[in-house]
Ligand binder design. Structure first.
Ligand SMILES: NC(=O)c1ccc[n+]([C@@H]2O[C@H](COP(=O)([O-])OP(=O)(O)OC[C@H]3O[C@@H](n4cnc5c(N)ncnc54)[C@H](OP(=O)(O)O)[C@@H]3O)[C@@H](O)[C@H]2O)c1
Length: 326
């Protein structure tokens, strides 16, 4: 797979990474550990060199650490700090410098590594000035425990303030044909500052693959049971977007997931999506998205489709939306 630079940070990664969260959290019961390790190693065999996890993703860091141990030097491992006690379910943030230092030590151990290649703040903590957060990560960088600093779901003012203290290598926020908020202010700011962008949920949490329809039910514990966008009424409207993507994909003779990923790659050369899957066939399909070229006509057709079809429903429930820094 070809590689991309995340902005001007010098961080080079495969054009498509692997989001590992769903192997342990958010989409129903965790995957069998052995099978998850096999999947991560298969991703490496397919050319993926960028793996995404977080302190708050359950057993995910341990899993990833074990999986990449045989080829650790060839890959970029990104993890995140920022939830109180490392637990998303508390709904409480904690980016105090003491906590950041503690998470770094614990994550290094769980990941079986001597450095975290990219250490993101998972959500902006309104209780801790971002300069203090950037300073704490800077100390870790100076000690060699962290290579690069990242933010997630941060707004432009926060990005600028953080970047002034410690250059930010990448922002990770939700972005797909299904969630286009970053286009207005975030992408121009990142371009100006030379910061890379890592779209999470690049397949719209599965919606853009055409495999989810109005009648699809999700397992107990699947986050999509709680998201406004996946409620019955919203799904009827939103399914039109997935249907349109499926139509474009069929004409190009590729799967819809590849169109969704190729569309992201076509937006900027410093964008690197991190789709997640628990299935080997889908992993291959997603990785193949890096080779799909969308022509100017394809991109015009998609732009037209997206301007005529409005996504219905927020991407998170109100509590989750409150955590998004504007
Ligand atoms: N920073 C943050 O706050 C944040 C938030 C959310 C996610 N993330 C990161 O972003 C990564 C990706 O996001 P995500 O997992 O939420 O969403 P996603 O990649 O948009 O979608 C994942 C869903 O799509 C399905 N899927 C994947 N490939 C498919 C294909 N080719 N055909 C049909 N279905 C397919 C998966 O199901 P199967 O497993 O059944 O294939 C899974 O349910 C996560 O793993 C995590 O690392 C970060």
């Amino acid at each position: 797979m070809h590689r991309r630079q995340l902005g001007t940070s010098g961080l080079e990664v495969s054009a498509i990474g692997l989001g590992c969260m769903g192997l342990s959290l958010a989409y129903g019961p965790p995957m069998d550990r052995g099978a998850a390790i096999e999947l991560i190693r298969a991703a490496h065999d397919l050319g993926v060199t960028f793996f995404d996890t977080a302190e708050a993703y359950g057993e995910n860091e341990e899993l990833l650490g074990e999986a990449v141990a045989p080829f650790r030097e060839e890959v970029v491992v990104a993890t995140k700090f920022g939830w109180k006690d490392g637990n998303l379910r508390t709904g409480t943030l904690d980016s105090t410098p003491e906590r950041i230092r503690l998470v770094a030590e614990q994550s290094l151990r769980r990941l079986r590594t001597d450095r975290i290649d990219l250490f993101y703040q998972h959500r902006v903590d309104p209780q801790v000035p971002i300069e203090e957060v950037a300073g704490a990560v800077q100390d870790l960088i100076q000690k060699g425990k962290v290579k690069h600093f990242g933010l997630s779901e941060a707004g432009v003012q926060t990005i600028r303030r953080a970047h002034a203290v410690q250059p930010v290598a990448a922002l990770q926020s939700e972005y797909s044909m299904f969630s286009r908020d970053p286009e207005a202010e975030i992408l121009p700011t990142l371009e100006e500052l030379g910061i890379g962008f890592v779209p999470f949920s690049p397949l719209g949490k599965g919606f853009l693959t055409g495999k989810i329809d109005v009648g699809t039910t999700f397992a107990e514990g699947d986050i999509r049971n709680t998201l406004p966008r996946f409620e019955a009424e919203a799904r009827v409207t939103n399914h039109r977007i997935a249907t349109a993507v499926t139509g474009i994909a069929a004409r190009k003779g590729v799967p819809p997931a590849q169109v969704a990923l190729a569309w992201l790659l076509a937006q900027k050369p410093w964008i690197v999506p991190i789709p997640g899957t628990s299935k080997l066939g889908r992993l291959r399909e997603n990785v193949g998205g890096a080779d799909v070229e969308l022509s100017a006509d394809d991109l015009r057709e998609i732009a037209g489709m997206l301007s005529s079809l409005q996504v219905q429903g927020e991407r998170y429930a109100p509590q989750g939306m409150k955590m998004v820094d504007r």
